[in-house]
Design a protein around this ligand. Structure first.
Ligand code: NAD
Length: 367
């Protein structure tokens, strides 16, 4: 992964690169990145569809349609929200792609949060056995996490993200100006994933986040660019080393095993994904401390940072057996027990299996 200087004639956006050999691609970060000439260059001379949702499309789709000389029928605006990340939306995208005459040289542009990126990316992965796609993330979570790395997919009634494919985009445009219309709660949820990168592998970034809480809470543009760029650098580096999650990429799931169980146990109605991940990271830190792997002072630093940016660190009261049930369903469960991402302190995450059941129950029941 390397940083490139923007060329002189280009707008002053930060260009990073995900290094995956022939499938390498740039990530363009900055205010106004949606207008970066790379997008028009990428789409020139081929049929494209723009996939968005009904919250984002009225805000940002028109400009993109005009810039790319697309017509209204090239826009698919799906109902917004996780409950629409299903086969019906997937079918709607594929149907429109066929109606608009996309061929193997066609391109899908995803404009929205992680739901749209995952759905549109999966449609691109499947249409004619795989065509190009571009990610234009509009939530902080999508900018720092879901738009980079090529995981695409959708939910089935029996579980989240049960269907999907690894399919890398050709370009990611993270226009931080789009975050101005994002709700404060969704912005905070994205911060959980930012803090995750610091917690996994970057104590200096953790210090930076602590020092810059005021700027982060004020949605300061420079602070946001720094957070998005640092997060994307971490994600890109890990994906370049372990694209298919054979090992190290699993570290990115810090807080997610607990977080997914919390989301499922509350029927996906109480907590945003990032809020559940925030609580899950604290539970992972608590379990690490209980197992003697890490100092409890590090758990407290994590709780302090999460609460300084308005994220929760305590789980809502839930029956232990329900949490246990959902933990056991975790996709990352392996034969012989659950795998947890734990840490030896801030910046030192590890994959651990065979965790002591009593320590796990103590954490789950908040003791
Ligand atoms: N592929 C991956 O690697 C990966 C990683 C993490 C999460 N995900 C997936 O991402 C999804 C969550 O993504 P999300 O948090 O972005 O949720 P989301 O896509 O549902 O977006 C959240 C809400 O914000 C709205 N919105 C988006 N951008 C906006 C903007 N700029 N202004 C105003 N409103 C805006 C959306 O319409 C939606 O209502 C989940 O489905 C999760 O599984 C995927």
């Amino acid at each position: 992964m390397r940083t490139q200087s923007p060329k002189a004639e280009r707008p002053e956006h930060l260009h990073l690169q995900v290094d995956l050999g022939q499938r390498s691609y740039p990530i363009v970060i900055g205010s106004g990145a949606l207008a970066d000439p790379l997008l028009a260059e990428h789409c020139a001379g081929r049929r494209c569809v723009l996939v968005s949702d009904q919250n984002v499309a009225p805000l940002y789709a028109r400009t993109l349609l005009d810039r790319l000389a697309l017509v209204d029928d090239d826009l698919i605006a799906l109902p917004a929200g996780e409950q629409h990340k299903h086969l019906g939306s997937f079918q709607a995208i594929l149907t429109r792609m066929a109606e608009r005459g996309l061929r193997r040289d066609g391109c899908v542009i995803a404009l929205g949060g992680g739901v749209i990126g995952d759905l549109a990316g999966f449609a691109a992965a499947c249409y004619m056995r795989g065509i190009d796609f571009v990610q234009c993330p509009t939530t902080l979570l999508a900018m720092v996490d879901s738009s980079v790395g090529g995981k695409t997919g959708l939910n089935l009634p029996s579980g989240k993200n049960l269907v999907g494919a690894f399919w890398q985009p050709q370009l990611v445009l993270a226009d931080v100006a789009a975050l101005s219309t994002l709700s404060a709660r969704e912005y905070r949820a994205g911060l959980a994933e930012v803090i995750k990168y610091a917690a996994i592998a970057d104590p200096d970034f953790f210090d930076w986040l602590q020092r810059n809480v005021d700027a982060i809470n004020a949605h300061d543009a420079d602070a946001i660019v720094h957070m998005v760029a640092t997060s994307c650098r971490h994600k890109a580096a890990i994906v370049a080393r372990d694209e298919r999650e054979a090992g190290e990429r699993a570290l990115l799931n810090l807080g997610h095993t607990f977080g997914h169980a919390l989301e499922a146990a509350t029927d996906y109605t109480q907590l945003l994904h990032g809020e559940a991940v925030a609580i899950g990271m604290v539970q992972a830190a608590q379990l690490s401390a209980l197992l003697g792997m890490a100092d409890a002072a590090d758990t407290q630093r994590l709780i302090d940072l999460l609460s300084a940016v308005g994220l929760p660190s305590v789980a809502p009261p839930l029956p232990l057996d329900r949490l246990r049930h959902h933990l056991a369903l975790d996709k990352k469960a392996v034969a012989g027990g659950l795998k947890f991402i734990l840490w030896r302190g801030i910046g030192k995450a590890e994959i651990v299996s065979g965790v002591d059941e009593r320590a796990l129950d103590a954490v789950l029941s908040g003791q």
